[in-house]
Ligand binder design. Structure first.
Ligand code: NDP
Length: 487
């Protein structure tokens, strides 16, 4: 903080404050007076300093930066951002752990949130990715159950391995992400040395009305670095904020982290015949089928000036897609289109989009008015309904997205029926080198050790179905004979 000329402190009403050191009391030793407005105001404001923490992704760190287009994908999208190589826009990124609370250790074994806001000239493009390409569940109806199983036990208030593995072992679709989580990549060395993935399938559309399904990849140019359980525990014992500190300090030193941005592109109709459901969040698209194309570079180069204003109040929404970009039928993504803005309305209020970190860097013309904490001019006297005869902003068909074909009977379809939850988890196990496999087995054995044996056995069957070697090694590490496991 730099030294400034003397400035007189005021109340929030701008009234000069004569004494901010001593409460007003009846006599030097006496009780304080109700009329000490400044004392009451300070205590009341202090009581309200915290907004509710995010139920998930509560602990995080953020930074500003820029995105530069390096590869031409203008044939797939009318998005102006991708109109030509060299285009740039400002970006805000927030990284986070998922299950821990605000004060929890950064070095926990947990997926990392990789949320991005691109301030494009046609409005904000938000992406709520992770450092893993897949997720634990594929149906949003199971999301709150899953998170409950990862948070604190209702009776003890403790994190509980039994709840975690009970849910996972009863949810085979989690196996791919469980394998990722307990691999070496399950604890990144810091936020700079990890990849990001959109995880969800999004879309692009072009001037001919053709739609493409896409998955985004953010490959760290610092290289992947990870921590073992022992290294992570040692750091957590002295520094709970290790990753937040690392990101801040690196940027303050002028070491700006960068990620190569890639995209996998699938023509719309190929989704009908591709062997994998491209909207299943528990699956990747193998690179040999859809090779990732280089499209840009993401760089973070500016620290926030105020953590609360810019990181705690950052509000990402996967439904924010400028023209030429869109969402997909991915059920989890569809649910997040509601749950993100709904969380922001609850946490920080209906006018969250007008806060500086969330505000688009292009003009905004809506008919939303009023609401709590309407801190801007509320559009002054501008017309507040539409249609109108007074030159108010109007919808523009030039930005219309091509129609999306949907079919089928409305029903509750069994998302597990005929679904292969094992091949890709096995592929991940098989691509690991011997050291990575050994780390995976050791990490799993450690986490499963306190869990009741019947749950261990149920989970070992899943590992075995992914790869017999995988299952047998976890069983051996837990002292379970494979004869006890029904495959
Ligand atoms: P590919 O050979 O086409 O892709 C393998 C990719 O896996 C690599 O490019 C790398 O992606 C990532 N990877 C390499 N080593 C590890 C590791 N130890 N832990 C986690 N990821 C690693 O094969 P597939 O596309 O068939 O994928 C095989 C498995 O790789 C998948 O089942 C999935 O678990 C995992 N994977 C696949 C990704 C994809 O988009 N296809 C992305 C990430 C992981 P990167 O450069 O992104 O690190």
């Amino acid at each position: 903080m730099s030294k400034c000329p003397f400035v007189t402190m005021t109340t929030t009403a701008g009234v000069p404050v004569a004494d901010n050191q001593n409460s007003q009391t009846a006599g030097a030793r006496g009780p304080v007076l109700m009329q000490d407005y400044q004392l009451m105001e300070k205590m009341a404001h202090f009581n309200r300093e915290r907004v509710p923490e995010r139920v998930v992704h509560a602990k995080g760190a953020g930074a500003f930066g820029k995105f530069t287009v390096t590869g031409d994908i203008s044939r797939y999208t009318v998005a102006k951002l991708f109109g030509k190589v060299g285009n740039q826009c400002e970006v805000f990124a927030r990284f986070s752990t998922v299950a821990g609370e605000q004060g929890s250790a950064d070095t926990a074994r947990d997926p990392r949130g990789f949320a991005l806001k691109f301030y494009t000239e046609e409005g904000n493009w938000d992406m709520v990715g992770n450092n893993t390409p897949v997720f634990f569940v594929r149906d949003p109806l199971k999301f709150s159950d899953f998170i409950h199983s990862q948070k604190r036990h209702p009776a003890t208030g403790l994190r509980d391995n039994t709840m975690q593995w009970d849910f996972w072992s009863l949810s085979p679709e989690s196996l791919h992400q469980v394998t990722t989580l307990f691999s070496d990549r399950g604890i990144p060395a810091d936020y700079r040395h990890m990849n990001g993935y959109s995880s969800h399938t999004y879309s692009l559309w072009n001037a001919n009305g053709e739609r493409y399904w896409v998955k985004w990849h953010f490959k760290t140019l610092q290289g992947i670095k990870t921590l073992t359980d022992a290294e992570a525990a040692k750091i957590a014992s002295t520094d709970l904020d290790f990753h937040r500190r690392d990101l801040h300090d690196a940027i303050a030193r002028g070491e700006f982290p960068q990620w190569k941005v890639q995209v996998q592109i699938m023509p719309e109709r190929e989704a009908d015949t591709y062997a994998i459901n491209p909207f299943d969040l528990t699956k990747v698209w193998p690179h040999k089928d859809y090779p990732p194309m280089d499209v840009g570079v993401l760089e973070l180069n500016r620290n926030p000036q105020n953590y609360f204003a810019e990181v705690e109040q950052a509000a990402f929404e996967p439904g924010n897609t400028p023209p030429g970009m869109g969402v997909s039928p991915d059920k989890m993504l569809q649910a997040r289109i509601l749950s993100y803005p709904d969380a922001h309305r609850y946490r920080i209020g209906i006018n969250y989009a007008a806060l500086s970190v969330n505000k688009p860097h292009c003009p905004v013309h809506t008919y939303h008015r009023d609401g709590q904490t309407r801190f801007d001019g509320n559009y002054d006297g501008a017309v507040n309904y539409q249609p109108n005869s007074f030159d108010g902003p109007a919808d523009n068909a030039a930005y219309k997205e091509p129609p999306l074909r949907v079919d089928g009977d409305a029903d509750r379809y069994d998302h597990r029926a005929g679904n292969d939850d094992y091949t890709q988890a096995g592929n991940l196990y098989r691509l690991m080198n011997a050291d990575q496999q050994a780390q995976l087995i050791g990490n799993l054995a450690g986490a499963l050790a306190p869990v009741p044996r019947f749950i261990q056995i149920r989970q070992i069957a899943h590992f075995y179905r992914a790869d017999p070697d995988y299952g047998s090694r976890v069983a051996a590490a837990l002292g379970v004979a494979m004869a006890e496991v029904s495959i």
